[in-house]
Design a protein around this ligand. Structure first.
Ligand SMILES: *Cc1c(COP(=O)(O)O)cnc(C)c1O
Length: 231
């Protein structure tokens, strides 16, 4: 893809977010865009960064570490959005400002321990499994509050909210209903005394439904960068 194409797609994605927001009476600034660049080269990230994007998300450590090197001159904010193996937490704790996929106390504890002392606390979202989907990660809804209470007191983490990757639904209404459950869950946690401000939900195919349900952060890959090679 040429850099003009890429810049055009990036602009279109931002327009989609802005128009969904205004349709639901929200300001465009209330929905943060994280560009998910897994499967795409550092050059593509540089092009999108030049067009004004600052937040990027990646899923695979072995893929992202060389990109960090190539992009060191840019003031980017990195989000980890992949599944986390407990023996691979250290590079995540060292390099990422955000981790969206925390679903176990043990992982959270390791990230907190391993966060370098001179870095700000890691912004963390708990990944919620709305349906029982083996292999996709996420904590069941019934266990979210207990996990949130534990993470909220970890010194080097800042619990920001919840994240989900809901399964696709046939209609907008059904898709929105799944995202609405996430909004309700966040409200419950805040009613219990937490102060969470982030709903990380919405991808290329369902961002409108997510914004309708109150998403504050959408994670967009394909709509910006195009199809990717797996893994
Ligand atoms: C890959 C990925 C995305 C981006 O998905 P698209 O459908 O390409 O927009 C968002 N969130 C997570 C957690 C992902 O793994």
């Amino acid at each position: 893809m040429t850099s003009n194409d890429l810049t055009g797609r990036f602009t279109d994605a931002r327009k989609r977010i802005a128009s969904a927001a205004s349709q639901w009476g929200r300001s465009p600034e209330s929905v943060q865009l994280v560009a998910i660049s897994k499967g795409h080269p550092a050059d593509a990230i540089r092009t999108v960064a030049t067009a004004g994007q600052r937040d990027f998300g990646e899923n695979y450590l072995q893929e992202v570490l060389p990109k960090f090197e190539a992009l060191r001159d840019l003031p980017l904010v990195w989000h980890f959005t992949g599944q986390i193996q407990s023996n691979k937490t250290r590079p995540i704790a060292e390099h990422f400002a955000w981790v969206h996929t925390v679903d176990r106390e043990k992982i959270a504890a390791r990230l907190s321990e391993q966060r370098p002392a001179d870095a700000a606390p890691i912004n963390v979202c708990i990944q919620v499994s709305l349906e029982d989907e083996p292999g996709k990660g996420g904590v069941p809804v019934a266990e979210v509050a207990a996990l949130a209470a534990k993470i909220a007191v970890m010194p080097r983490l800042r619990l920001r909210g919840l994240m989900a990757i809901p399964p696709p639904r046939d209609t907008f209404g059904e898709q929105k209903a799944l995202f609405d459950r996430m909004s309700a869950l966040l409200r419950d946690l805040n009613d219990k005394g937490l102060q969470l401000d982030t709903l990380s939900m919405g991808m290329s195919d369902d961002l409108e439904a997510a914004v309708a349900a109150g998403s504050t952060l959408v994670r967009i890959g394909t709509a910006i960068f195009g199809e990717r090679n797996r893994g």
